[in-house]
Design a protein around this ligand. Structure first.
Ligand code: TYD
Ligand code: MG
Length: 485
């Protein structure tokens, strides 16, 4: 035994009669840690504020058994393999029959993978997963739907409304983790849905269902079983008001793929995005519409939005990017006199701060001041566009509304994109060619774009130039006209 393995009992002041831990027999002890439910940061003692993320009152107590071993390996050395010698196996993906979902997943579900599907209540997570399982069951796959939220009767009610073979899916309404794991092991489904991870409860762990420790344990044990049995598991998770996956972010590290289902409950359109994907790109997005018979894929969303666009002052079409796909959406603005101080600035589907910036640049560099008027900006259909390329569409919609002039001269709405800089310049954004091609597909040419966009675009180096192209020459102000007369 190397000398360092023999602790100097006298020197450390430990009880000399206690057996000294050796390298091979670590002493196990239970430790209390405090884990932040927002970011997963661990602290040895309780703090009112998490040192990791700065959130208040998020630390919860957890018991954890740690080994007393301080140094030295306990396992047997394994032989690393040169990557070139690794035999790659082509996994056959399971197609869910929902093209938009398959695309976001990177071409279908990978056997043995874990997918976390997040979204606020009522967005359609249960509907989407029920439909996917129904399609899989319809093609002869073994499936299982585990629900800790709804009874079997409630799940049936929903399945009856859905098209496909949703009624063929076996269900288990259960919240006890051990029962769920035992059932999974016995049934060996190829694809399983757990709705939701926050409702399952591990009996041997303290804490209520949905607490950090519980959710981590639930996900961890399901992951191990899923990997061992080659099951693809879709874990449904709720998100908080702020849009973060409720409670532990630790889950995001554990799973292979994190999908986010977004949109407003009262609106019809919903987007599905991949935030993390070990088996595909994270730039894909799928668009769905909630109908009576469940979620319907909107494969040509652009056609829908362009068709609905109005030819009224305050409306322009934004050539946006949803992941790697171009999407045309209508951006509308209303500018109306207000008695309120300060006036209202309402942004739906775009960032509020971005609207404030666009209004400031419009006033300072393009002579369009909203002043004391209320300004409302809305992306039609409940779509969210969180990209700087939306700036120009917001600016043109506001200017068009403020002046009461229809943007563009032709029959069709005008399309545009571009980021607005603080000095009034128009900056280029990603994928101008795909945006222009999409606009051209619907006859929205020439689109107004930043310099260098090429193709069928009216290139505008500045916001002022873009305004001129969309709304015509700036009319002389009242004061200037009075002076001339
Ligand atoms: P749900 O999938 O239960 O949402 P989540 O699991 O994310 O909480 O359902 C979302 C909403 O969709 C619900 O309020 C009812 C509505 N809905 C339809 O409009 N049509 C349908 O066919 C179904 C099944 C649900
Ligand atoms: Mg649900």
């Amino acid at each position: 035994m190397p000398p360092s393995a023999e602790p100097a009992a006298g020197a450390t002041g430990a009880n000399p009669s206690a057996p000294a831990p050796t390298l091979l027999e670590p002493m196990a002890r239970a430790a209390t840690t405090f884990t932040c439910s927002a970011c997963g940061h661990e602290a040895p003692k309780w703090h009112g504020r998490c040192l990791g993320c700065g959130e208040w009152n998020t630390l919860v107590e957890e018991q954890r058994v740690t080994s007393g071993r301080t140094a030295g390996p306990a396992g047997r050395a394994a032989r690393p393999v040169r990557l070139a010698d690794v035999r790659a196996i082509q996994v056959a993906r399971l197609t869910t029959g929902i093209a938009e979902l398959d695309r976001v997943l990177g071409g279908g579900l990978v056997p043995g993978s874990l997918v976390l599907l997040g979204g606020s209540p009522g967005i359609g997570k249960s509907t989407l997963t029920s439909m996917a399982l129904g399609n899989l069951a319809g093609t002869g796959r073994r499936t299982l739907y585990v629900s800790g939220e709804e009874s079997a009767a409630q799940i049936k009610l929903r399945a009856e409304r859905l098209a496909g073979a949703a009624l063929e899916v076996p269900v288990l309404a259960e919240t006890d983790l051990d029962t769920v794991l035992a059932t999974l092991d016995a049934e060996r489904p190829e694809v399983c849905v757990v709705d939701s991870v926050q409702t399952l409860h591990a009996a041997d762990l303290t804490g209520a269902a949905g607490s950090v420790g519980q959710v981590r344990e639930v996900a961890d044990r399901i992951t191990r079983l899923a990997k061992a049995r080659e099951m693809a598991v879709l874990l449904v998770g709720h998100v908080t008001k702020e849009g973060a996956l409720a409670g532990p972010r630790v889950l995001e590290h554990l799973v292979d793929c994190v999908l986010q289902f977004e949109g407003e409950r009262e609106r019809t359109y919903r987007t599905l995005r991949a935030l993390k994907n070990r088996f595909g790109s994270t730039s894909e997005a799928g668009v769905f519409e909630m109908r009576q018979g469940g979620l319907v894929e909107v494969q040509d969303a652009s056609a829908r939005f362009v068709g609905e666009a109005t030819r009224a002052p305050g409306s322009v079409v934004l050539a946006a990017m949803e992941g790697s796909r171009p999407l045309l959406v209508e951006v509308q603005a209303l500018v109306s006199p207000s008695e309120l101080v300060p006036p209202r600035r309402v942004a739906n589907g775009i960032d509020r701060n971005r609207l404030a910036l666009v209004l400031a640049v419009l006033a300072r560099h393009a002579g369009v001041g909203a002043g004391t008027a209320d300004v409302f900006v809305n992306v039609a259909g409940g779509v969210r566009v969180d990209e700087p390329g939306a700036d120009l569409a917001v600016a043109l919609a506001v200017a068009s509304a403020a002046r009461g002039v229809v943007a563009g001269a032709g029959e069709r709405p005008i399309a545009c994109f571009g980021e607005i800089g603080l000095t009034g310049e128009l900056r280029s954004v990603a994928h101008p060619e795909r945006r222009l091609a999409e606009a051209a597909k619907f006859g929205l040419t020439p689109a107004i774009a930043p310099a260098g966009a090429g193709g069928q675009a009216t290139e505008a180096p500045t916001l002022r130039a873009a305004l001129k192209a969309a709304l015509g020459a700036t009319p002389r102000s009242e004061a200037a006209r009075a002076k001339a007369a």
